[in-house]
Design a protein around this ligand. Structure first.
Ligand SMILES: [Zn+2]
Length: 283
């Protein structure tokens, strides 16, 4: 009888390759592990629709997210870091620079662009954490100084988007000098009656937070961004406390303590900047 004997062959699959979801379709939130479609994640400006986590993005993404029609002109693209000190840690600095350039496709830890937000000019210098921790070397300082000169010359508002571990130790005091250099340039921008907006993203620490990142006419921060100077462990050891407050060095605690003027959700950043630019134009 047919149901005692197997008349048909077992089901076999001719294609033995495992079916995998192609990469680049799904995105998993680093914070709450919610899975979303990459295109929805990008539409939400690289933030999680479930928990609001702001994933770190680079200069190119910020430029495309903020400027009208994703159109902008890259500025000051001809500067490259040099190894002034023949610095070697786990590998020679020159080798580290080369490897990072190849890996990231970036020239340096900051990029500058001129574009428009709702038709109003803005020059942005945005950092890339992927390039040696967004560290502030001599090229970052020089690019920012030249970007400020350009903003003054063309009567544009200026913005720095910070994400940095601080000064680049491989350039020693040459990197520390950039704190004073950029701060001095910002004074010239202020004298020209042009506004400077600073956006602190995760993380903004060390020499960057101790200088130009905190000098904005308006200091903005992304939600839950780490904003501080020294690391929590160093502070604990220095002031000899067992526990630091729960939201220590968060954007929110910086707002509470007056270091930050506003926390801006990335989805509303473009609108917020347009509002500030309009306000400035009517002053
Ligand atoms: Zn999430």
């Amino acid at each position: 009888m047919a149901w005692y004997e197997r008349n048909k062959q077992n089901i076999t699959t001719t294609n033995n390759e495992k079916r995998e979801i192609p990469e680049g379709i799904w995105h998993q939130c680093e914070s709450c592990r919610t899975v979303t479609l990459v295109k929805d994640f990008i539409q939400d400006k690289y933030t999680c629709h479930s928990c609001g986590h702001h994933e770190r993005i680079g200069s190119k993404e910020y430029f495309e997210l903020l400027f009208d029609n994703k159109e902008y002109t890259p500025l000051i693209t001809n500067l490259k870091s040099r190894d002034f000190l023949n610095f070697v840690d786990t590998k020679p600095y020159i080798e580290r620079l080369e490897n990072t350039r190849k890996k990231t496709g970036l020239d340096e830890a900051t990029a500058v662009a001129h574009g428009k937000i709702e038709g109003m000019d803005l020059v942005i210098s945005a950092m890339d954490f992927d390039f040696i921790g967004g560290s502030m070397g001599s090229v970052m300082g020089e690019k920012m100084a030249k970007a400020i000169d350009y903003a003054i010359q063309h009567r544009c508002a200026f913005m720095i988007i910070s994400q940095s571990g601080g000064a680049r130790m491989m350039e020693s005091s040459l990197s520390l000098m950039q704190m004073a250099k950029v701060s001095a340039k910002l004074t010239q921008l202020a004298a020209a009656k042009l506004p400077y907006f600073s956006l602190l993203t995760n993380p903004t620490t060390g020499g960057v937070s101790a200088s130009f990142a905190m000098l904005g006419d308006i200091n903005m921060a992304e939600p839950k961004a780490l904003v501080g100077f020294a690391g929590a462990r160093v502070i604990k050891e220095t002031i000899r406390v067992k526990e630091l407050p729960e939201n220590f060095q968060s954007a929110e605690s910086n707002l509470e303590n007056g270091f930050v003027d506003m926390i801006v959700d990335r989805k509303k950043l473009r609108c917020q900047l347009a509002e500030l630019l309009r306000y400035w134009q009517h002053l």
